[in-house]
Design a protein around this ligand. Structure first.
Ligand code: SF4
Ligand code: FE
Length: 485
């Protein structure tokens, strides 16, 4: 059966030879590194739940290539039902992990490439789609995690790729050989990069003819020679090194991002999916972005965790019955379920593309992600309001456990009878983690900038809205001659 267990996934990562750096030093044991490990645990959850009969319908699908049951993260959507299940899977995993579980970017890259390689072939009589399908068959059969790598460092934002003072600020082809291409550049903010078996590179913006060398898409094993990973820092990350697991808030899971450098890396032709067809760079970006904006169903699941934590914080200190607290919790739920509506709507309004893949409704996916740039911030504000200042003034677990301090921490942070002080501290630490700590990267900043910053969605909304239809509707109702428009 082509589905790895969580243990097999961990073992498969140990077999990789990644060049990873953090705090200026090479990380030799990536899987067991205490800063990275929680992010591996989060990806492992995507394997674990796929083997749980209770979640099989959401977490697995039947491959349209092999007919075998596969992990949904490697699946090409064959119906709107598949798209809906993808949204539900994202919420489920967000709720189970309370963080970014990282595997969606690869799924979204695979689906976008299944459509765009087909379209390129139609115009140029190339064979990218067959090539891509062979690659996809391997990903499905081996149940791999793919890092979907789109965002270039971008240098001077006012200039296109070919006019950058440093030509490597967008990833590019530096050599074409008989057996493949050599690429140079970098991809920034790469979610889950060092938990991935593969990296799938795509261009990051629409391009013109002069940018031809930058219009490139390919896949490589994540430990291919010349790929270097530099881990990003997260707020409060070194709490994972200090002992006192309670202080981490989320004691099990986390996410990570990395700068991925391609230092003249060779890509064989059978792994190249776009090579100079610059006029398709924009549509690949749009297609990937629409899928990935739908993927922000994950934040609904993380929102479930934060709402639950806020409710518990109120119950633990005796404030849960106050009408304003109840109302704040209703508002949090209203916002969170509104997000859920968006990621379901873009899925149910999905359409079949020429390649046979189902794509989400682009307008609604962008509307959904635009809401995601806002609502989690308001949900987080309300959670902090309910939690109170103790969330950020609380002593450490070591003080709770300390000989001289323990009795005072126990005594003065006790609230509702029957609720252990330690439990009250745990829930406040979880709210801190989700709104200010490592998980705030995923719940807040990633909600803002992941899958494109807010303005990127507004541009798409402007492009996709049918304004003529709206004007006609207004003109008809008030007697203006529609033909005059
Ligand atoms: Fe998936 Fe959400 Fe993480 Fe993006 S932010 S990779 S959609 S879990
Ligand atoms: Fe993301």
């Amino acid at each position: 059966m082509p589905m790895m267990t969580a243990d097999q996934y961990e073992a498969s990562l140990r077999a990789l030879n990644l060049e990873v750096y953090m705090f200026g030093k090479r990380v030799t044991n990536v899987v067991d590194d205490p800063i990275i490990r929680p992010s591996m645990n989060a990806v492992a959850k995507t394997y674990e739940l796929a083997h749980d009969p209770a979640y099989a319908d959401l977490m697995t699908a039947r491959s349209h290539l092999s007919g075998k049951r596969i992990n949904r993260f490697t699946h090409i959507h064959q119906s709107t039902d598949d798209l809906v299940k993808k949204s539900k899977m994202g919420r489920l995993l967000g709720r189970k992990t309370g963080c970014c579980f990282q595997r969606c970017v690869g799924m979204d890259a695979l689906n976008a490439l299944s459509i765009i390689t087909y379209n390129i072939d139609q115009k140029h009589e190339t064979h990218y789609n067959e090539r891509f399908k062979r690659y996809l068959a391997t990903v499905q059969e081996k149940d791999l995690v793919c890092d979907g790598a789109m965002t270039d460092p971008k240098g001077d934002r006012s200039l296109p790729p070919h006019r950058q003072p440093d030509p490597d600020h967008y990833l590019r082809i530096v050599e074409k050989r008989e057996d493949g291409i050599v690429v140079r550049g970098a991809k920034a903010h790469q979610t889950g990069a060092v938990n991935s078996h593969e990296v799938i590179v795509m261009p990051t913006i629409a391009m013109g003819e002069a940018d031809r060398d930058y219009a490139v898409s390919f896949a490589l094993p994540s430990d291919a020679r010349g790929i270097i990973y530099i881990l990003g820092r997260q707020s409060c990350d070194t709490r994972k090194l200090e002992g006192g697991a309670m202080d981490q808030g989320n004691m099990l899971f986390g996410g990570h991002e990395a700068l991925v450098v391609f230092d003249d890396v060779f890509v064989p032709w059978d792994r190249v999916f776009m090579c100079g067809e610059y006029e398709f760079a924009g549509s690949l970006v749009e297609m990937f972005a629409a899928y990935h904006r739908q993927s922000y169903a994950c934040k609904v699941g993380v929102g479930d965790v934060l709402i639950g934590a806020a409710q518990l914080a109120a119950e633990y200190n005796g404030a849960a019955r106050a009408s304003h607290v109840k109302d704040k919790l209703i508002e949090m739920n209203h916002l969170n379920e509104t997000l859920y509506c968006g990621c379901l709507a873009c899925a149910t309004e999905g359409k079949k593309k020429l390649s046979g893949t189902y794509a989400v409704n682009t307008l609604l996916a962008n509307i959904h992600k635009q809401n995601v740039t806002r609502f989690p911030y308001e949900i987080a504000r309300l959670a902090q309001d309910i939690a109170g200042g103790l969330m950020v003034t609380l002593p450490s677990q070591k003080d709770l456990d300390g000989d001289a301090t323990g009795k005072w921490v126990q005594k003065y942070f006790k609230a509702q009878p029957g609720i252990p002080t330690a439990d009250r501290m745990r829930i406040l630490r979880l709210i801190e983690n989700l709104t200010l700590g490592t998980a705030a990267v995923g719940y807040l900043t990633e909600s803002m900038h992941g899958a494109g910053s807010p303005q990127a969605q507004r541009i798409m909304i402007g492009r996709k809205i049918n304004m003529a239809e709206k004007k006609t509707a207004a003109m008809r109702l008030c007697g203006i001659d529609v033909k005059s428009e």
